[in-house]
Design a protein around this ligand. Structure first.
Ligand code: HEM
Length: 417
C-alpha cells in the first residue's frame, strides 16, 4: 500500500478534541514519512516537521542545526522595539540560554548548571513539600476548584520565584505577564492579532522588573540566582545587565509552565486510570519513574525547533540552509520504532530514552528540579485524590502545541461529612 499523501503539517487551528489528544494526527504523519513540509510563516524560507525518534535525535545532536536564525540563508530580521522605544520580545529572548549557540551557550550554561544539579535540588525538597501541602489545603476549601489555578501553576511558580528572590506578592503580576509572553507562539499564526503586541509589552515589563532587581543586587549580597549571576560578572565572566535580566525571565518562564502542564496531565491520568492510581498509591517509590513515563506518553513540550546550517537530505526531505526544522517531540516519544506499544502508558516500560526534556547541549537545565517537584506533588496528590473528581465543566486546552496542556482543569471537591 502506498503511503497516504497528506497536506503540509499545520500545528494551528486544531479542534479542542485534537488539542486534548494530538497523537492520532501525529501517527498519520509519522506513518506516511519521518519528515513533512509545513507552512512557513513570516521570515521563514521553509519549515519541516520531524515525527520520528531517530531523526529527532539526529537533529538535536548534530552541528548541522542550531539556534541562530541569521546563520546561513535566512534573512536577518531587525529586532523591533516597542513604539515607546523600549525593547520587546525578540530583544529579550535573543539572550535566552535556549536560543544561544556555543560558545555563548556553553559559557552561560556553565554558570547556571551548578544551581540545578540533583544535589542542589535535593536540598530544596523540604521547601517544595511545604508549598505543596499549603496549596493542597487551600484547594480543598472550595466545592469546585481549578487544579491549574489552585495548584499546578502556583507550585512550580513559587519554587522558581523563590530561587530568583521574587517576593510572593509579585507572583500574580508575574504570572499574567508570563502567560502573555507565551502568547507569542500562538500569535505567530495570526489567530489573535493583538497577542504579539501583548507579549512584546509583557517582555518589556518583565525585563524592566529584573533589571531593577539586578541593580538592587549591587547594593547587597544576594544568595538567590540574581545574586549568583551578578557574582559571576564580578568574577570576570562577562554578563551584561540585559543578559542577566533576560536569563531571569527565561528561568521563571521555563521553570513553571512546563511543570504546570505535567502536573495537570498527571492528575488527569490519575483520575481516568484507577489502575495507575492504585499502583502508585501502593508503591509511592515508583512515582519518580512514573513521571518519566508520563512525560514520554503526553509531554508538556510537544515541539521545539532548530535552523538548518547547510543544505542536506534528512530522511528523504531536501533541507536547505536557513530552513526551519521543528522536532515534534510528542510524536518521537510515540514512535513504535523506538518504543514497544507506544500508545500505552506503561509504568513497567523502564527502558528507552524519551526526548521530552530535549536532547544534546540544550537538554533541559531544570530536569532534576521538574522531576523533584512532580514527584513530591504527585505523591501528595495521590494521598488526597479520593477527595477530587472531574467536574461537568469542560477542560479547556491551551491553543498551543508547543507548551501543551489544559488551561483550566475544573475538579469537584468532596468535603468531609
Ligand atoms: C530546556 C522541557 C522544566 C529550564 C528544555 C527543553 C525541553 C524542556 C524540551 C529543550 C528545548 C530545546 O532544546 O529547544 C521541560 C519539561 C519540564 C521542564 C518537560 C517539566 C516537566 C524546567 C524547569 C526549569 C527548566 C523546572 C527551571 C529552571 C530550562 C532551561 C532550558 C530548558 C533553562 C534551556 C537549556 C539550554 O538551552 O541549555 N526544557 N522543561 N525547565 N529548560 Fe526545561
Amino acid at each position: 500500500m502506498s503511503p497516504e499523501v497528506l497536506p503540509p503539517f499545520n500545528p494551528t487551528g486544531w479542534s479542542e478534541r485534537e488539542l486534548a489528544d494530538p497523537y492520532p494526527v501525529y501517527t498519520r504523519y509519522r506513518e506516511a514519512a519521518p519528515v513533512h513540509s509545513g507552512l512557513p510563516t513570516e521570515g521563514e524560507t521553509a519549515v519541516w516537521y520531524v515525527f520520528t525518534a531517530a531523526e529527532t535525535e539526529h537533529v538535536l545532536t548534530s552541528r548541522d542545526y542550531g539556534r541562530d536564525a541569521t546563520c546561513g540563508a535566512a534573512q536577518r530580521t531587525a529586532v523591533p522595539s516597542l513604539p515607546d522605544g523600549r525593547p520587546g520580545l525578540r530583544q529579550l529572548v535573543q539572550d535566552w540560554l535556549v536560543f544561544l549557540d556555543p560558545p555563548k551557550h556553553t559559557r552561560l550554561r556553565r554558570i547556571l548548571s551548578g544551581e540545578f544539579t540533583p544535589r542542589v535540588v535535593d536540598a530544596l525538597r523540604p521547601r517544595i513539600a511545604e508549598i505543596t501541602h499549603e496549596l493542597l489545603a487551600g484547594m480543598r476549601t472550595k466545592p469546585v476548584t481549578d487544579l491549574v489555578a489552585g495548584f499546578a501553576a502556583p507550585l512550580p511558580l513559587v519554587v522558581i520565584a523563590e530561587l530568583l528572590g521574587v517576593p510572593r506578592r509579585h507572583l500574580d503580576w508575574y504570572r499574567t505577564r508570563a502567560l502573555a509572553l507565551q502568547e507569542a507562539s500562538t500569535a505567530r499564526t495570526g489567530q489573535c492579532p493583538d497577542a504579539y503586541r501583548r507579549s512584546d509589552t509583557a517582555a518589556s515589563e518583565l525585563r524592566d522588573y529584573f533589571l531593577d532587581q539586578v541593580r538592587r543586587s549591587r547594593r547587597s549580597d544576594r544568595e538567590d540566582l540574581v545574586g549568583l549571576l551578578a557574582a559571576a560578572r564580578r568574577s570576570g565572566l562577562f554578563l551584561g545587565d540585559d543578559e542577566i535580566a533576560a536569563t531571569c525571565v527565561h528561568l521563571l518562564t521555563a521553570g513553571h509552565e512546563t511543570t504546570t502542564n505535567l502536573l495537570s496531565k498527571a492528575v488527569l491520568i490519575m483520575l481516568d486510570r484507577p489502575d495507575v492510581r492504585a499502583r502508585l498509591q501502593d508503591h509511592p517509590e515508583e512515582v519518580g519513574t512514573a513521571v518519566d513515563e508520563f512525560i514520554r506518553f503526553d509531554g508538556p513540550v510537544q515541539m521545539i525547533s532548530r535552523w538548518a546550517y547547510r543544505d542536506h537530505e534528512l530522511a528523504g526531505a531536501h533541507i536547505r540552509q536557513g530552513d526551519k526544522v521543528v522536532l515534534v517531540l510528542g510524536s518521537a516519544n510515540r514512535d513504535p520504532g523506538r518504543f514497544h506499544d507506544p500508545d500505552v502508558l506503561d509504568l513497567d516500560r523502564g527502558t528507552g530514552k524519551h526526548c521530552g526534556f530535549g536532547m544534546g547541549i540544550h537538554f533541559c537545565l531544570g530536569a532534576a528540579l521538574a522531576r523533584a517537584e512532580s514527584e513530591i506533588a504527585i505523591t501528595a496528590l495521590l494521598k488526597k485524590i479520593h477527595e477530587f473528581s472531574r467536574s461537568e465543566d469542560p477542560i479547556i486546552y491551551n491553543q498551543d502545541l508547543v507548551f501543551h496542556g489544559p488551561a483550566t482543569l475544573p475538579l469537584r471537591t468532596r468535603t468531609e461529612p
